[in-house]
Design a protein around this ligand. Sequence first.
Ligand code: PGA
Ligand code: ZN
Length: 424
Amino acid sequence: MCAFHIIDMGAMQILDSRGRPTLSVTLTLAGGATGWAGVPSGASIGTKEAVELRDGDLSRYGGAGVTRAAATITGSIFHRLKGRPWHSLADVDQALIELDGTPAKARLGGNAVVGVSMATARAVAAAHGQQLWEYLTPSSVRPRLPVPHFNLVSGGVLASNRLDFQEFMIAPIGAPSMAEAVRAGAEIYAALRHNLAAAGQPTGQGDEGGIAPDLVEPHEVLTAIVTAISDAGYVPARDQVAIALDPAASHFRRDDGAYQVAGERLSSLELIELYARLAAEYPIWSIEDGLGEDDIDGWRHLTDRLGERLQLVGDDVFVTNPAVIEQGIARQLGNAALIKVNQVGTVTETLQAMELCRKHGYAQMVSHRSGETVDDFIAELVVASGCGQVKCGAPARGERVIKYNRLLHIASQRPDLAYGLAGR
Ligand code: PGA
Ligand code: ZN
């Protein structure tokens, strides 16, 4: 297929996993291929992310409606995309970027743009007779089944408990296959829930399906997780079942620039030493957003102090934006980037961000958002990128497990694909 024509587009308001409005986008090509996308939505967001267009009508959904964004898709976006040949997804994405014309996609709305970009990718893959992950794989990349990073315990802005750190994850790095990794995640999650219930702890869930116990100290959670790993019959170790943290530190940074953890005020350097102690005591292999997105000096200290021993992932500080990541790489901040398609707003820019990371030896972890739909786009993207790491929340709840289940499907269809971290 050398060129494609977009002949129809639809957009409607649906609910995301938090019960807030989001977009469902459909797109049809001449010849009949179709693509769908469900647009994810973050709560713990970086300031430089693509902007979501919300209606602001407080009498409906508290102002969070997306009917204007839906109308933009079927109106000005469809008007721009219909009636002409397109030669690649990159060309469509470039047209969307130009039509928007703002740095953060504030005019059309990042939510509208990303939905159209994702649906286009799906439709074009279908027109090629390819699976989405096959279509998205760059010619220089070997596709790979990723280590899933399961959210076991939630805190921060994604849960209503008192934990300051946002995500405590386990990563079955040493699992022999995708299927065994998923099994480990589910069995350890069940063991943790059982242990917490036996200890009289609440076992309700945060937005990403992680359990939200009434614990305050990070080490209490880490001890509970290590115990659950052992109780489920696995080995808590950096090369077996490892632990990954996303403290999301921007969200417990105080106005005076310090951090507030478990009731204590910590300077950047003190927080870095806390991470060093936790990483010495527990099998932590990766820390995301260990410091706030504006704490650039702190990020440099963190990278100097722990960058040799730990993966240090930038989420709020990089926002999947190639220009921002490039600056971060030049300043030697961290050694990995979190990858969220809706943070930057198009699939093409997301692929560019990942290519930039590969070029500079930065690892990548593909990520869901805390507000999700049953769209499994990121399962396809992570396999295509070959980066070997993904986080889609707990091994529970439909909008989370649909991604893990898609990875199981790809693994069963393609036993030739390697499982695990890239470069191992
Ligand atoms: P978000 O949270 O989707 O609310 O941004 C996830 C994260 O911080 O990684
Ligand atoms: Zn994060």
